[in-house]
Design a protein around this ligand. Structure first.
Ligand code: B12
Ligand code: SF4
Length: 449
């Protein structure tokens, strides 16, 4: 093995929010960065601030958390605000254990997790004075100005590493020699380094051919592309074979598009191997593209939990949701899912709350419809994402959205909308729990009949 050239620490930062669930979370952007650094033979160290206790179903867990002071924006919010992840002393210990690096990289996923990102970078700057810190990821890409002001000590990277990796080399003298030619981005180096034996991510595609008004997919990834199937397969087999991982979560935006030449090919390769793996789709699939053939292959390959993006069946939101599915389409899709042999108690349907003019009663009514089909309803509160059409609409109503990323928070933002407040949002959450319990009971009763 040749000599390692430089040393880097790659940090998955703390998250600050009102809630954080482990839905098979993985910082994929940082994982690709690790692949690039390995390609350059850098001595790379990974520090994951988001430690978990791994006690929950399908390899998931509960994040460590402690209450933290609410920022001014949330002063009147009747909820605890938390910082999720390891204590500061533990982060300091992890940083201390690594050799002094030439550079530190920090990622980011939600724009409104900015406080956690800032606190992580402040700790790194205190622990490693003089070491340059590069911050990248979704917040850096969608709101570089806001981030630049909030975290002046970091060098920002608002590039997509996969399509323009060479931009990284121009950001700082320490990165000047970074070689990006002949780099084949893959997740294996990061899976090895992160060493999570509980679950692993799968990413078969990048981007999405649809254009929903609230979604930043096309800003982050203008072209819809498929990753090489053999690379994806190799990543799954590595995690299963070398780490003993059983649960895998697909993070794709549009997994089943062009499935004949891609997704179905991957599934048949998995079936051939006959490994006892479980797959999950936390990011939501398209019900229309869930044909009998696709569902049959998913069932055969070990898909254990399914989530579908429905968002709303009301025709007035067709433009917002790219007409994902009307009610009849959803009902037909659920019938196909049942037919394919899935337990409907493991099927969740995402329903959006917070579209323009949508009221809590509209959402409650749709929740009843969805659970009447025997599946679980998963209400999601809208997060206005910079760069999207709906962000522009809402920023005209709420100018604070433009300069205060805390306003993008899903839990907070919906309560600002006309006709909504904290108790309505809570009623929706509680209503979903009750309806889901009823749907589960119905499914169990029908099975025992
Ligand atoms: C997968 C996913 C999830 C998964 C998370 C699983 C996981 N990966 O851990 C699940 C389903 C749980 C999820 C949930 C939610 N999500 Co989500 N999710 C995504 C999704 C589809 C993919 C993110 C991803 O992994 N991309 C692949 C990687 C490779 O891309 P990347 O992170 O951008 O990284 C690239 C670059 O940014 C860069 N890079 C990245 N990091 C770094 C670091 C450095 C140092 C450098 C130099 C470069 C760099 O290089 C990478 C390679 O090119 C994005 C949409 C999208 N297309 O990005 C939404 C997205 C991030 N989610 C979003 C939202 C709103 C949510 C929810 C709030 C749901 C809701 N209400 O709509 C919840 C909240 C989750 C929570 N925990 O609280 C929003 C962001 C909102 C915001 N304001 O920031 C997005 C953008 C979708 C949208 N609506 O537009 N999500
Ligand atoms: S919400 Fe889903 S379907 Fe719509 S653009 Fe985003 S990723 Fe594509």
């Amino acid at each position: 093995m040749g000599k390692r050239t430089k040393t880097a620490i790659v940090v998955n930062p703390w998250v600050t929010d009102f809630k954080l669930y482990d839905e098979w979370m993985h910082p994929l952007g940082l994982y690709f960065l690790i692949s690039l650094l390995e390609h350059n033979r850098w001595d790379t160290h990974y520090v994951n601030c988001l430690a978990c206790d791994w006690r929950k179903k399908y390899g998931t867990g509960e994040f460590l958390a402690h209450d933290t002071a609410k920022p001014e924006t949330y002063a009147a919010v009747p909820r605890k605000y938390k910082r999720y992840g390891i204590p500061e002393s533990e982060l300091a210990r992890c940083l201390n254990e690594c050799p002094r690096p030439d550079i530190v990289f920090v990622g980011g996923m939600m724009t409104y997790w900015i406080q956690g990102l800032r606190q992580t970078i402040e700790t790194i700057a205190r622990m490693l004075p003089g070491v340059p810190v590069v911050a990248g990821g979704i917040p850096a890409r969608l709101m570089p100005e806001c981030l630049g002001e909030a975290i002046p000590e970091a060098v920002l990277c608002n590039a997509d590493l996969l399509s323009e990796p060479s931009k990284l080399a121009g950001l700082h003298p320490a990165l000047r020699d970074l070689e990006t030619n002949d780099w084949h981005p893959g997740l294996v180096p990061a899976l090895r380094l992160a060493h999570n034996r509980h679950h692993a991510p799968v990413l078969a595609t990048l981007g999405c051919p649809f254009r929903c008004s609230y979604c930043a997919s096309s800003c982050l990834q203008p072209r819809f592309v498929h990753r090489d199937i053999s690379t994806v397969l190799e990543e799954i087999l590595f995690a299963a074979g070398h780490l003993g991982v059983r649960d895998f979560a697909f993070c794709d935006d549009a997994l089943q598009c062009d499935s004949k030449t891609n997704f179905l090919v991957l599934l048949s390769a998995l079936q051939e191997r006959g490994l006892p793996l479980r797959f999950h789709t936390p990011n939501g699939l398209h019900i229309r593209l869930a044909t009998d053939r696709v569902l049959g292959a998913m069932r055969e390959s070990g898909f254990a939990t399914l989530r579908f993006g429905y968002e709303s069946g009301q025709a007035r939101f067709d433009i917002d949701t790219a007409s994902k599915a009307g009610r009849n389409e959803l009902a037909r899709g659920i019938a196909r899912i049942r037919e394919a042999g899935f337990d409907l108690g493991s099927v969740g349907v995402y329903l959006m709350a917070g579209l323009p003019g949508q009221l809590p009663d509209d959402v409650a009514e749709e929740m009843r419809f969805i659970t009447s089909l025997g599946v679980l309803v998963k209400p999601v509160f809208l997060s206005p994402v910079p760069g999207t059409g709906l962000f522009q609409t809402y920023a005209r109503m709420f100018p604070r959205l433009r300069d205060d990323p805390l306003w993008h928070n899903d839990t907070f933002f919906v309560t600002r909308l006309p006709g909504w407040d904290w108790s309505c949002a809570d009623e929706i959450r509680q209503g979903a729990k009750m309806l889901n319990a009823g749907a589960r009971e119905k499914e169990t009763a029908e099975k025992s009949d």
